[in-house]
Design a protein around this ligand. Structure first.
Ligand code: 5GP
Ligand code: ZN
Length: 118
């Protein structure tokens, strides 16, 4: 289906330390960590600490915290990878291509002459 219970959620397990993850940042509302199957080196995910399947149930405080950390990490990911540009992608629902049903935004380093695909 298009939803996941917290107990079965791989991102909730990374948050709780039950699964490994390369965590770049964490506060009470947001975590940033590296994607396990990067489209390009440095591919980063930004997620809320509280489980939401996708965008439709986020509250304003969560939206705000996610946007702030996305904006903060965008230039960092671009700079440390030497990327020419940065893709910021966010999918909601299986029909949209979402595969992990814990809300997340992709930060994907992009390079001239290498079209990006997620
Ligand atoms: P989606 O297609 O739902 O937008 O993206 C899900 C992303 O989560 C994919 O890029 C996938 O590589 C990543 N992913 C799936 N399982 C894990 C995991 O166990 N750890 C990490 N770090 N990333 C994961
Ligand atoms: Zn979750």
């Amino acid at each position: 289906g298009d939803e996941t219970a917290t107990e079965n959620c791989i991102f909730c397990k990374i948050i709780s330390g039950k699964a490994p993850g390369h965590i770049l940042y964490r506060d009470d509302e947001v975590m940033c960590f590296l994607d396990i199957a990067p489209v390009s080196a440095g591919h980063t995910l930004v997620i809320p600490i509280k489980h939401h399947d996708n965008i439709f149930t986020l509250n304003n405080s969560e939206v705000s915290a996610l946007a702030i950390q996305t904006r903060r990490f965008a230039p960092i990911v671009k700079r440390v990878t030497g990327a020419d540009g940065l893709g910021v992608h966010q999918l909601n629902g299986r029909a949209a291509g979402q595969t992990v049903f814990h809300y997340h935004t992709h930060l994907i380093p992009c390079f001239h002459g290498k079209p990006m695909q997620i």
